[in-house]
Design a protein around this ligand. Structure first.
Ligand code: ASP
Ligand code: MG
Length: 404
């Protein structure tokens, strides 16, 4: 007898019929003798719809009310699933974030979970209830509803699994696991049976959409085994777990891309202490996440500085930087939203040499120019023209995974 957290999201909760499928899956797990905690995300497209409504109501909607509004999608799915489970003869109870004791900080739209008071959940589990919890939401110390950022119900599920010391956190989605590349643009992509937390984290950060990066951070910290699988089939999925010897044998486990990138260059910046700080501090104050940064070698006391941000932040970021650029007498700023980032990831890079060289020559062979490069211990990313995304991913997949 175990305790299993099962999270369902996206198109797998698209309508009532799909929710009935989920109910059958939950019942099967329950009948195998397990305690089951279900975490639901909203029906596909519902959160987008609510966000759009909020922005139609006001350009900059009040953040507290915004969170209370966009969290509603999850209230619909948890109650529907509970109703269906009850109809099928199983005791089930829906809990919203606050009822499940999910306490967060007060940073609306991207709140962090501070603590989960599991008393209420455990009380229900002792009564053999199937507990169905709304993902994506929590409550702050003033009893206001908060949300955890897009894709946040993955984080709800992993955090609950950690707090309840569950045996496994199963994430059911529309794909049957984590792939070596996005199968919709790379026909040779294949499913991984296992991937380490660190690799999964880099993949998620580098654009793989299957798990919210923060959920992987939590899974790693609390060593929660996460099993990503399909809610439509019984195919085996991918286990996200601690690193083992097999994983190191593979140099590269995945190739990812991120088209949500915009590049900003500040041309002819005086090369002296404090300039980078002045350029980037206003971005930080506006919560704009800067991804890659490069600064060229300086010539005659001047340098160029290039960085990337998410496309939605490009306008704001360029306004902020333009202001500073004027103050420091930089020559001009250039913006480019026709770029994408392609990355290769693998723990094996730590012990293999020549990986970067092979990545660059693979791109060169396809005539793809590299505009920026960044590396971590287990990842190499290149910014290229967006129109080459598919070509770059397929070529890199061929070089490192298919033909290795
Ligand atoms: N419904 C939320 C979103 O669309 C949370 C989630 O799906 O994980 O971002
Ligand atoms: Mg998701």
């Amino acid at each position: 007898m175990g305790l299993i957290v099962q999270k369902f999201g996206g198109t797998s909760v698209a309508d009532l019929g799909k929710i009935e499928n989920i109910a059958r899956r939950v019942i099967k797990t329950k009948n195998e003798g397990n305690k089951v905690v279900v975490v639901m995300s909203a029906m596909a497209g519902e959160t987008d719809r609510l966000i759009e409504l909020a922005h139609r109501a006001a350009d900059e909607p009040d953040e507290r009310e915004y969170d209370a509004l966009v969290s509603i999608g999850e209230q619909v799915t948890v109650t529907l699933l509970s109703i269906v489970l009850n109809k099928m003869g199983y005791r089930a109870k829906s809990l919203l974030g606050f009822q499940a004791g999910i306490l967060t900080d007060q940073s609306y739209k991207k709140a962090r979970i501070l603590h989960i008071d599991t008393g209420n959940i455990k009380k229900e589990l002792r009564k053999r209830t199937i507990v169905v919890i709304a993902g994506f939401q929590g409550v702050d110390k003033e009893n206001s509803i908060t949300t955890l950022g897009r894709g946040g119900s993955d984080t709800s599920a992993v955090a609950l699994a950690a707090a309840l010391k569950a045996d496994v956190c199963e994430i059911y989605t529309d794909v049957d696991g984590v792939y070596t590349a996005d199968p919709s643009i790379c026909s040779k992509a294949r499913r991984l049976n296992k991937i380490s937390y660190d690799e999964m984290l880099e993949m998620a950060r580098a654009g793989a959409k299957v798990l919210q990066p923060r959920s992987v951070e939590l899974a790693k910290k609390y060593e929660v085994p996460v099993y990503v699988r399909s809610s439509f089939t019984d195919n085996g999925g991918t286990l996200v777990t601690k690193e083992d010897k097999d994983m190191e044998k593979e140099v590269v486990c995945g190739v990812t891309y991120d088209r949500d990138q915009a590049k900003i260059t500040v041309v002819r910046v005086p090369d002296r202490p404090g300039i980078a700080a002045r350029l980037f501090t206003p971005l930080a104050q506006h919560n704009i996440v800067v991804d890659m940064i490069i600064q060229n070698a300086s010539v005659d006391g001047f340098t160029d500085l290039t960085f990337t941000v998410s496309r939605k932040d490009m306008k704001k970021a360029s306004e902020l930087v333009k202001k500073v650029a004027k103050e420091i007498s930089a020559k001009k700023i250039e913006i480019d939203d026709g770029v994408a980032k392609v990355s290769i990831i693998g723990v094996g890079m730590i012990s293999h040499s020549g990986v970067a060289a092979r990545m660059f020559s693979t791109l060169a062979r396809e005539g793809i120019n590299i505009m920026m490069i960044s590396t971590s211990e287990i990842k190499i990313s290149c910014v290229v023209q967006a129109k080459y995304t598919e070509l770059a991913v397929s070529a890199l997949h061929d070089a490192f995974i298919t033909d290795k």
